[in-house]
Design a binder for this molecule. Structure first.
Ligand code: IPE
Ligand code: IPE
Ligand code: MG
Length: 248
């Protein structure tokens, strides 16, 4: 399938895939059917991102707070993630996609951790799209773990407190080495971050879309990218765009 060209393509797009449950509810289906359909939207989105040359795509798959859901739903979500990796890993590898996982890896039970590690290991030398899967991810938890790591270095005399810089903090986050997201998309009409990439989102552009995640598509993705290309990012400085183009 041919891909459109954009005047600006974000290097890193992060997506809060929300609304699976409501998509199913609206059809009188169990919530799990929404999650199932959501996996198809994931496949389509990953392919589209690769086609237009996005370098990093981060998908919020399961938050550190999602354990609060009923056990059956948690187990459905974990099952779907495992099935996705088992079924799609070879194809993603063939597409030269590198997989990275962010989130807390400690205390994960069952076979999910070995699978995530296998996905990272198998694809570690791939050079096209990097697919970042946020699993058991919460930004405050991530930042707290980074502080613990820095505090240990201070305690051991390897680091002076006054040498702690934003760069050093960033390098201790799960996203170390991954550029900050240029664009954060959230589906389903909710307009909040829900503990996603709080540190990294300092200068991200936000796009909140009304569609539920299972209805997300290549076309909706490209429409968002088109809007992104028209945004004027200033990073605290002055506009790089000619005055007539500002806000257009
Ligand atoms: C997103 O859909 C999937 C996850 C959070 C894992 P939801 O399950 O949150 O769906 P809604 O928000 O209840 O509709
Ligand atoms: C955020 O969605 C987490 C994921 C998309 C994985 P939630 O549905 O968990 O967020 P809240 O609870 O509505 O804020
Ligand atoms: Mg939700």
């Amino acid at each position: 399938m041919s891909a459109p060209t954009f005047s600006v393509v974000p290097e890193h797009v992060a997506i809060i895939m929300d609304g699976n449950g409501r998509w199913a509810n609206a059809r009188g289906l169990p919530r799990t059917m929404g999650h199932r359909k959501g996996v198809e939207a994931v496949r389509e989105t990953v392919r589209a991102a690769g086609d237009i040359g996005i370098k990093y795509l981060t998908l919020f798959a399961f938050s550190s707070e999602n354990w609060r859901r009923p056990e059956t739903e948690v187990s459905d979500l974990l099952g779907l993630l495992k099935a996705f990796i088992r079924r799609d890993l070879a194809e993603l590898h063939r597409q030269n996609v590198r997989i990275r996982v962010i989130g807390d890896r400690d205390n994960l039970r069952g076979d999910i951790l070995p699978l995530l590690l296998e996905a990272e290991e198998t694809t570690r030398s791939n050079t096209a799209l990097t697919l970042v899967i946020a699993f058991n991810y919460g930004s405050r938890d991530e930042i707290a773990r980074a502080f613990t790591s820095l505090a240990k270095d201070v305690e051991a005399g390897r680091l002076r407190p006054q040498d702690i810089s934003p760069e050093l903090v960033g390098a201790r986050l799960d996203t170390a080495g991954i550029p900050d997201p240029d664009l954060i998309i959230r589906t389903s009409g909710e307009e909040r971050l829900s503990n996603f990439l709080l540190w990294q989102a300092a200068y991200s552009e936000f796009m909140f879309m009304p569609e539920f995640w299972p209805d997300f598509s290549r076309d909706l993705f490209f429409a968002a990218l088109e809007k992104y290309a028209a945004r004027d990012r200033r990073f605290g400085g002055l506009s790089a765009k000619p005055a007539a183009a500002v806000g257009s």
